[in-house]
Design a protein around this ligand. Sequence first.
Ligand SMILES: Cc1cc2nc3c(=O)[nH]c(=O)nc-3n(C[C@H](O)[C@H](O)[C@H](O)COP(=O)(O)OP(=O)(O)OC[C@H]3O[C@@H](n4cnc5c(N)ncnc54)[C@H](O)[C@@H]3O)c2cc1C
Length: 463
Amino acid sequence: MPLDLSSLRATFQGTLVTPYDPSYEGARVLFNNRIRTRPAVIAKCADAGDVVAAVRFARDAGLPVAVRGGGHHASGFSLVEGGLVIDTGNLKDIAFDPGNATVVAGAGCGWRELDQVTYVDHTTPDGHGLAGPGGECPTVRNAGYSLGGGYGFLSRTYGLGCDHILGAQLVTADGEVLNVTGDEHPDLLWALRGAGGAGFGVVTHLAYRLDPVPRTVLGGVMAWSLDDAEEALRAYRDLYVGRDEDRLSIYLAIATDPYPDGEPLLMAYGMYVGPVEDGEQELAPLRAVGTPVFDAFGPTSYTDLQHALGAEIVYGLQLKWRGGYFRDGGFSDEAFAIIVDAARRAPSGYSMLRFDLLGGGAIGAVAPDATAFVHRSRLFNISIIAQWVRDDEAEANLRWTDDLQDALAPHLNGEVYQNYADADRADWAQAYYGATYARLQTIKQRYDPTDFFHHPQSIRLPG
Ligand SMILES: Cc1cc2nc3c(=O)[nH]c(=O)nc-3n(C[C@H](O)[C@H](O)[C@H](O)COP(=O)(O)OP(=O)(O)OC[C@H]3O[C@@H](n4cnc5c(N)ncnc54)[C@H](O)[C@@H]3O)c2cc1C
């Protein structure tokens, strides 16, 4: 029986999609197509007024809600079975203030869209572009990314996405629009900086500070066969353990090349935020490892690098994402042997292992209790990302992720990056938020006392 949406339709400026519309399946699908959750209605909001109308309609109708931006939540918490999805993906207005190096972004802007305005189309008096604190995935939206932390190639130099949030506009469970700043609702601003997607309200806009990035940087990708992978992992660890320098941001991934039919390779990719010659020196220890299959590092622009790396991200595969931060000393030879062995046995060519993030630098310079983001000194992280197409491939791929997670358990410290959410973790509150969780519960009580914005891993009310 179709839901009676007439009262919502009367004011709604965006698009309402229900299971009775031919566009429903396309509108429903998440990055992770293993998620088959079927909402009763997807409210694709055109502006903050639509968000208010959707919240009020859902409250009055007694419908559960989920909030969605780009749909990349690894465990699918941006959909809700039989409920109303408040989709902010079309909130794409951008107000750039070049003089103050800030931008106010609609929650649905992707980082490439923002960088086009602030970095590509604008040059500062000293010849730089201004970049937001984005990651490489072109379809992730800025709000979902920054509210949960937000690591990109600029993070070690300038801080996380959440550290760049100056303020927010947020619609509460009552349908009230709050202006969240350091003066108004400072406790909520604290929570949004790291736990913002976990049940406080719907963010419609975020204000960010921007960072100067040279027009030309050293960036790219280099790769080794798995025969050289353990040596390359060792060199990478030695490059970063105890490192003070904070402009070199290199991530690792083991993925097939060409993707998804080729051989698995260990790839190092990223950039140096500074003069190209200095970057060459900093990268030299990695370049000295084994016999690279290719080395495509060279002078490039920040945005060209991001475009090139994002091109291989495929929306709509089935996915299981596990992993976590390594304990001190856990990113070890023993772990490397386990990792490379697992990479050789991956059941799907779409699967990958990612070693990204790299705390410390400007990330570690922020006190652990200054925001709701706690994993600041953690250098190494593994993402075990099984991806496949057909339902009958699920069992082998799920077993592969679980086996690798179990084998690495002695090397991990129990913390998990909340933006790489794992629905199977019963200890999620501790793993994502550690000692800040009790404070988050108090703020949840203040701003959402009926737990309207609830999902399987949203902040619980105290008691
Ligand atoms: C391929 C891929 C690459 C990634 N790369 C990186 C990376 O380089 N660095 C990094 O840090 N992370 C990365 N991530 C993780 C990503 O940042 C998070 O999954 C992020 O939450 C996705 O945001 P979204 O809007 O696309 O997803 P959604 O699934 O739409 O939302 C994710 C969560 O945020 C909440 N949310 C979204 N919009 C709002 C809003 N307007 N108001 C309140 N809550 C909201 C949702 O309710 C949900 O809980 C990657 C993920 C994928 C799948």
